[in-house]
Each structure stands twice: as C-alpha cells, then as structure tokens.
Write a protein that binds this ligand. Sequence first.
Ligand code: HEC
Ligand code: HEC
Ligand code: HEC
Ligand code: HEC
Length: 472
Amino acid sequence: MTSSRLVAILLPAALLGIGIASSTGPRTCVRTAPAQDPQPDPVRLLVSGSLLGRLEPCGCASGQLGGLARRAQHIGESRSYDLLIEGGDVVDTATELDLMKWFTAMQVLFGQHPYDVLGVGSKDLALPLDEWSAVLATAPVVASDLESTREGWPVKPFVEKDVRGKKVRIGSLTLELPEVLRTKDSPVRLLSPADGWKTALAGATDDTLRVLLLHTDEAKARALVPTFAPAPDLVVVCDRLYVEPSPTAQKLGAVPVVFAGIRGRELLAIALTRLPEGPRATCEVIPLAGSKTVPGGGGDPDVKEILLGHRRDVKEQGVLAKMANQRATPNGAAYVGTDTCRACHPSAIAAWEKTRHAQAWDTLAKAEADPKRYGWPVTAYPDCVGCHVVGYGEKTGFSTFEETPHLAAVGCERCHGPASDHVVSGGTKKLGLYGGVHASVLCSQCHDFEQSPDFLYDKKWPLVQHGREPKK
Ligand code: HEC
Ligand code: HEC
Ligand code: HEC
Ligand code: HEC
C-alpha cells in the first residue's frame, strides 16, 4: 500500500468527521467507582495505551472487553473529557497486517472524536517510516526524546492544551528504539530521559500541569520517575505486560503514577489537579463491555463500519497468503498433516477426532457464515486463522484453506511440531512438543487470559488426553 493511498483515505475521515455517535445504543461502560470528586475543577483525561493491534475482541469466549467501536461509543456518550490520550504501541509487530491495522486505528482515533495526544512506542516506530510520517503529518503525535533528520518528521516534543484557563503540557518518552532503527546511520535518534523531559517542558510556565507518558515497565518507571526535575504531576506508564489498569494511582514520592493497561480492554478516566500539597489524581477504570451473545457486541456503528472495511481489505488483498510461509519451522522439518499419523497412531487419532481441536477450522467457517456472530471474512484474517490451524506463518505450514486443507484445524503437528523427519524415520526421530516447551506453556500460546479465562492445565488436559499406542 502506498502512503498516498493512506493519506487519501485518512484525510477525508479526519476533516469531515465520520458521523455522530448514536445515543440510543446499548450502554458500553460499567463504572467501577462512583465519580466522587472533591477536587476543584480538575482536568479530565481519558487514557489508554498498548493496544497491540487488538482493534476488536476476538469473540473466542463470551464477555471479552475492549474494542475501538465500544471506545468510540463511550467517548460519544460521555462527552465529559477534556483530553483524549492514547499512549502508543498501537500494533504489536510490523507485518503487512499490522500496517493495515495501524492505519485503521488512526482513522478511528482521528475521526469522529479526534484524540488530543498520540504517544509513540518503539513498536510503532518499527512500522515503515514513510507511511507512518505521511499519515501522521497533521496529527498531535508526541515523543519528547526522539530527534530525526527526516523530512516531514511528524513527531512533536509535546502537546500543550488550554483547559478552562489551565495549561496542560503532555510529553512522552519512547525510551527505546526498535531493532530496525538501532543502526549507525539511523534516521531517528534517542535523547536521554532527562534531556527528553527538558524538551517536553521547554518554555512551560510553573503553573502548567505536567503529564508524562512513559513507555516502559513498572520496575524501570520506579527507577526513572524520581529523577525528573521538575517533577511531573502525573505519569502514565504504557506497559506491555500489565493486564488491568488499577483504579488507584500509585505514588512515587509525590508523583501519581498510573498504568494504562493493554489491548484497549479498559480505559482510565483521570481527574487531575495540583493542590498546594502536591498533585492529585483520582482514577476510574472503565471496562469496555458489550453484549454477552454477540461477539464484539455494542459499539459505535460508524467505527464498526471502518473495522469491517479493514477486514474486507485484508481479504481482498490476500494478506493471509502473503503472510504465510515466512519463518523456518522450529525443528527444520516440514508439516505433513494429521492424516499421515493415522497408520501408526490410531488411538491418538481417535482421541483427537473427538476433541474441539479437530473442529477448530469448521468453527471459523461457521462463524464467518453466521451474520449474527461475525458475518465478516474471519477465515481470511491472519489473527483468527493463526490459532485455529497448524503452522501458519511457517514454511510448509497453513496458508489458505484451498492450498493447505490438510493443515486446517488444530492438528497433531501444531502441538508436536512438523513431523516429516519423524514419519520418514518410522518414528525413530523424536518429536516431543512444538518448540520444546512445557505442555502447559504450549496450551497458553492459544488459551490465554482472553480466549480461555478459566483455563487450568490439569482440568483441560484430560479433555484432550492421548498418548502412545497401547503395547500389544
Ligand atoms: C510410520 C509410523 C509412524 C508415523 C506415520 C507417525 N509416527 Fe509417531 N511414532 C512412531 C513410533 C514407532 C513411535 C514410538 C512409539 C512408542 O515408543 O510407543 C512414535 C512416537 C511418537 C510420539 C512420541 C515420541 C516423540 O517422538 O515425541 C509422538 C508425539 C508422535 N509419534 C507423533 C506423531 C505425529 C504427530 C505423527 C503424524 C504427523 C506421527 N507421529 C506419525 C511411528 C510413527
Ligand atoms: C490466541 C489464539 C486465538 C486467536 C487469535 C483466535 N482464537 Fe478463536 N479460539 C481460541 C481458543 C483457545 C478457543 C477455545 C476457547 C475455549 O473454549 O476455552 C477459541 C474458540 C473460538 C470460537 C468458539 C467459541 C464458542 O463459544 O463456540 C470461535 C467462534 C472463535 N474462536 C473464533 C475466532 C475468531 C473469529 C478469531 C479472530 C477474530 C479468533 N477466534 C482468534 C484461540 C484463538
Ligand atoms: C493440543 C495439543 C496436542 C494435540 C493437538 C495433539 N497432541 Fe499429542 N500430546 C500433547 C501433549 C501435551 C502430550 C503429553 C506430553 C507429555 O506428557 O509430556 C501429548 C502426548 C502424545 C503422545 C505420547 C508422547 C509420549 O512421549 O509418551 C503421542 C504419541 C502423541 N501425543 C501423538 C499425537 C498425535 C498422533 C496427535 C494427532 C492425532 C496428537 N498427539 C495431537 C499435545 C497434543
Ligand atoms: C493452536 C492453538 C491451540 C493450542 C496450542 C491449544 N489449543 Fe485447545 N483449543 C484451541 C481452539 C481454537 C479451540 C476451540 C476449537 C473449537 O471450538 O472449534 C480449543 C479448544 C480446546 C478445548 C475445548 C474447550 C474447552 O475449554 O473445554 C480443550 C479442552 C482444549 N482446547 C485443551 C487444550 C490443551 C490441554 C492444550 C495444551 C496441551 C491446548 N488446548 C492447546 C486452540 C489451541
């Protein structure tokens, strides 16, 4: 995709707005704490970060939180925020799909309810810089510790807003560059955290509220925050490991520190003010819940339309096949398909055929065909396919159902690794488990906290149990 095409699609959406949120839709948010606020006229921030490419929940389990459509609906209904802040790390990797997701997220963030600040995480910087810079040319994208010699570099050292006569300054520290930019002639340079913070505050008056986004983990944040002078009034840590943001701000010295959470499942509403005794932040976690029966249920209809467009683009451009066959397999052998195991492992085959793993592809195909459940091309969407087949992304692995039907569903080799050498050797070449990991780790590659919230190995293994042929 060329950058001119990206710009062409983004600009009309950003300039014209995409529509007005319906106020009659289902309620998307359950407030965890009543908004009781003794502060005098605080600045109200809505904060999130580390979306990591999760534009919508996958729907593999009921009750999943998050999604950009529900977020937009919440913002449209609430209308009480002074500043909308997205921390960054919008995507997780830098594949062709990620670039398309990132672009889709930008359409949403700068469409109907335009964000005031977009921070930059190192994962964002791994995307192709030409596309990235072109799309963000007019966006409030902030990184105080990045410098670049590139023409048209869109990153600003800070954003300052006037909120009812109070000045609010927002800076952001990326703190590390992605591998691709850690070269000698890299077009992007990283300043020290101290210099970055100085840049973020250049020309700020003493009474300006100082907000700092930090792209790092908790331990590093603890070490860094006390070193900043003057002290920030609020630090937002955009961590990749934190699962749930907390409704109480931690204090590091006098500085309130909050965690933005991951995957956009929850938003953090923060009321910030500076009192004579120091800064004060009151937080409220807003879980983005939807319908229990409709995957991704609820949400702003215009944003849903944008997401649907993205999914159709992914299918039309054949992204699934393009992202197949990229990496070497973990043991160097080739995938041969579950049927090949039948002759020598009849009892394991019989056990497997009774498990849900054998149905995993049909489940996707049915989900796609049912407009009440999905109704969009999930069998052409790499994220869905990856966990419901064998070896997607690896050489000789699944590519499309038409080309590799023998690798659809969670077959034997997804868990034991590619078996060509094992088969040729008549079983003498050992297989073990995929990548040599422990069994419970293997399961959690797909059964994670969102797909299978109550997954316990000891409870679930008996449901798929099998082994060697009984000795005759
Ligand atoms: C030509 C016969 C043959 C075929 C085909 C075959 N295996 Fe085996 N496999 C064996 C033999 C023999 C053993 C050793 C059995 C024993 O010790 O009880 C074995 C053992 C195993 C083991 C346990 C030991 C180890 O290597 O980790 C696994 C797992 C396994 N096979 C998986 C598979 C899978 C998956 C397939 C299909 C892709 C497959 N096998 C195809 C013959 C075969
Ligand atoms: C990280 C791996 C992973 C990804 C990504 C994933 N799935 Fe799943 N999916 C699972 C697992 C694991 C289950 C089984 C959950 C359980 O029952 O514990 C499942 C179950 C399902 C089910 C059956 C749910 C039911 O209630 O019957 C559907 C439908 C489904 N997935 C569709 C999708 C779609 C569509 C996508 C892409 C938007 C997707 N999956 C992405 C792992 C994944
Ligand atoms: C969902 C993952 C998964 C799938 C799918 C799967 N297995 Fe296994 N398999 C395991 C695990 C986990 C073990 C137990 C390994 C252990 O105890 O260390 C195992 C054990 C085995 C063993 C005995 C290994 C030993 O060393 O005693 C054989 C043989 C085997 N599997 C063959 C197969 C065949 C053939 C298929 C396809 C019909 C299959 N497996 C499908 C996960 C899987
Ligand atoms: C490649 C991803 C993947 C891996 C690895 C995986 N599963 Fe699954 N599992 C799935 C999917 C997808 C489904 C749902 C299939 C469907 O309903 O169509 C599922 C369903 C199940 C189910 C039925 C639903 C439930 O929760 O009762 C059990 C049990 C299960 N898996 C156990 C395991 C165990 C145990 C392991 C590890 C040994 C494992 N799985 C590894 C993808 C995976």
